[in-house]
Write a protein that binds this ligand. Structure first.
Ligand code: AMP
Length: 434
C-alpha cells in the first residue's frame, strides 16, 4: 500500500496544496479510493468522518476537472447539511489554490441571488445540499449537461434525513454517463439500495480508520442524576485549563439552547451554540469563534454537528446520550482527529445508562465508568424531570423487552381501578344533586 501522496500520482499543484495543509501521507481510505477513482471507476467508500474521506474523493475529482473550462459545472458534490457543504468547500478551496478552478457552494437558509450570480459567472465544481440544488436548478440557473462526476457524501445521513426523493430528482436531470463516488460512514440496507441505484460496478473500499478513531479516544461516562447535576459537573470540568476546546452535544435544539443559557451565566463569553434554528451568519460566526479559540465551548446537536471539522478539540461531552451508535461514533470522532488523542465524556442519567450500554455493545468498545467527584454538588431535579426520566427508562426497557410493562405504565393502569377520575366526578355530581 502507498505511504506517500507522490505514490498515488497526485499532480504537482495538488501535492503543493497538500504540503501547505501539512499533509504528507495518505490515510487508509485515501490510499484505497484514489487509485480506482482516478481510473474512472465508480467508488463506494465506507468511511467515517475523521478518516480523511473528503480528500479521498476530492483529490481524484480535482485531478479530473483539472482547470477552469467553459461556464457550466463538470462535477457535483452533494452533502446532507449546510455545515458539511461549507466544510467540503473549505477543503476544496485550499486544494485548488494552485489552479484556476472555480468552486461554488450552495445551501439553503439564505437568499439565492448571490449563489445564482456565482454560478452564472462560471463554475467548474458545485458543492450543494440536495434541496438547494433542485431549487436553483428549477429556476433554470444550472446547466447540468456537462456534469461528468457526481459525489454523494454521508449517504447514510442523507437517507436518514429523507433525501431520497430529491436525489432521484437530481438523477433525472444529470447525464447518465458519469462517474459516481458514494461515501457513507455506515452501510445499512438503505444505503445498499441507494448504491445499487446510483453506482455501476463500483469498487468498494472501506476505511480501517473506524476502529482506530475509536481507539484513540478515551471514552468515559459518569452517572449523573439530572440536568442541573450535569451542568455542575461540566462547570467543574471547565475549571481545568486542559478543557480548552470542548464540544457539548445535546439531542435537540431546545436542549442545546437551554444548556447554553444556563452555562452562559457562569462561563460568560466562553460559550457558543450551534443548531439549525440559528441564522446562517450566527452559525458561521459561532463555528469561527470556536475554531479560532476565542470561545472554549461549543454546544451543538447531532444534525448540525455533521461537518464540524475543528482541529485540536480537547473534549467531547455527551451532555445527553444519543439514541444511535452512529451518532455516538460521529460525536466522539470530533475529538482525536487523525494522529491525535482525545477524550469523550458521557453524562448519563438512569434512563440514558441503558442507551449507553446498547451503544457500547454495538461499537464493541469499552466506555469506562467514573464515579461522581465528591467535591461537586449534585443539583435538584427540575419540575417534571424525574417523571420524564422514569418514562424514558420504561421506554428503553420496553425496547429491550417488548413484554415489559414498566413502573410508570403500571401506575397509570392501576389508577382507574382504584377510583377513576370518571367515578369520582360522578360521585361529586351526585353529591351536588342531593
Ligand atoms: P475527513 O474524514 O475528510 O472529515 O477528515 C478529517 C480530518 O483529517 C481533517 O481535519 C483533515 O484535515 C485530516 N486529514 C485528511 N487527510 C489527511 C492525511 N492524509 N493526513 C493527515 N490528516 C488528514
Amino acid at each position: 500500500m502507498s505511504t506517500r501522496f507522490e505514490d498515488l500520482n497526485i499532480t504537482r499543484q495538488f501535492l503543493n496544496a497538500l504540503d501547505d495543509l501539512g499533509l504528507e501521507n495518505p490515510t487508509d481510505i485515501q490510499s484505497k479510493a484514489i487509485g480506482p477513482a482516478r481510473n474512472g471507476q465508480d467508488v463506494l467508500g465506507i468511511a467515517q468522518t475523521g478518516s480523511g474521506k473528503t480528500l479521498a474523493y476530492l483529490l481524484p475529482l480535482v485531478m479530473k476537472v483539472k482547470f477552469a473550462e467553459g461556464m457550466h459545472p463538470r462535477a457535483l458534490i452533494l452533502a446532507p447539511s449546510k455545515e458539511l457543504v461549507i466544510q467540503i468547500t473549505r477543503v476544496l478551496e485550499s486544494l485548488i489554490t494552485y489552479t484556476d478552478l472555480r468552486v461554488v457552494c450552495l445551501y439553503g437558509g439564505i437568499g439565492k441571488k448571490t449563489q445564482v450570480a456565482e454560478i452564472e459567472a462560471g463554475v467548474d465544481i458545485l458543492v450543494s445540499t440536495p434541496g438547494r440544488f433542485i431549487d436553483i436548478y428549477s429556476f433554470g440557473h444550472i446547466h447540468t449537461r456537462g456534469l461528468k462526476t457526481l459525489v454523494l457524501d454521508e449517504a447514510d445521513r442523507m437517507m436518514e434525513m429523507g433525501f431520497m426523493p430529491q436525489l432521484r430528482q437530481i438523477l433525472e436531470v444529470i447525464p447518465v454517463k458519469r462517474q459516481n463516488l458514494l461515501f457513507s460512514a455506515t452501510f445499512p440496507q438503505r444505503v445498499e439500495e441507494l448504491a445499487a441505484e446510483f453506482l455501476e460496478f463500483p469498487t468498494r473500499v472501506e476505511s480501517e480508520g473506524k476502529e482506530k478513531a475509536v481507539k484513540e479516544v478515551t471514552q468515559q461516562w459518569y452517572p449523573v442524576p439530572n440536568f442541573k447535576s450535569k451542568l455542575n459537573l461540566l462547570l467543574h470540568f471547565m475549571e481545568n485549563p486542559e478543557w480548552n476546546r470542548v464540544i457539548v452535544f445535546c439531542r435537540t435544539k431546545d436542549e442545546a439552547e437551554r444548556t447554553s443559557r444556563y452555562l452562559d451565566r457562569t462561563l460568560k463569553d466562553e460559550v457558543r451554540v450551534l443548531h439549525s434554528n440559528k441564522g446562517q451568519n450566527a452559525r458561521i460566526n459561532a463555528l469561527d469563534d470556536f475554531r479560532k479559540g476565542e470561545v472554549r465551548l461549543l454546544i451543538t446537536t447531532d444534525v448540525t454537528s455533521r461537518g464540524i471539522d475543528v482541529e485540536n478539540v480537547s473534549h467531547v461531552v455527551n451532555f445527553e446520550i444519543p439514541k444511535s451508535s452512529e451518532d455516538y461514533l460521529h460525536r466522539i470522532g470530533r475529538t482525536a482527529r487523525i494522529n491525535r488523542d482525545g477524550v469523550a465524556v458521557s453524562f448519563a442519567n438512569r434512563a440514558e445508562v441503558i442507551l449507553l450500554e446498547r451503544i457500547e455493545k454495538r461499537i464493541d468498545s469499552h466506555i469506562a465508568r467514573v464515579e461522581w467527584p465528591e467535591e461537586v454538588a449534585k443539583g435538584e431535579f427540575l419540575a417534571g424531570e424525574k417523571k420524564e426520566i422514569d418514562r424514558e427508562l420504561d421506554r428503553q426497557k420496553r425496547i429491550a423487552d417488548p413484554t415489559f410493562k414498566g413502573a410508570f405504565h403500571e401506575k397509570k393502569r392501576k389508577a382507574p381501578g382504584k377510583g377513576s377520575p370518571k367515578a369520582s366526578r360522578s360521585s361529586k355530581s351526585k353529591g351536588r344533586r342531593r
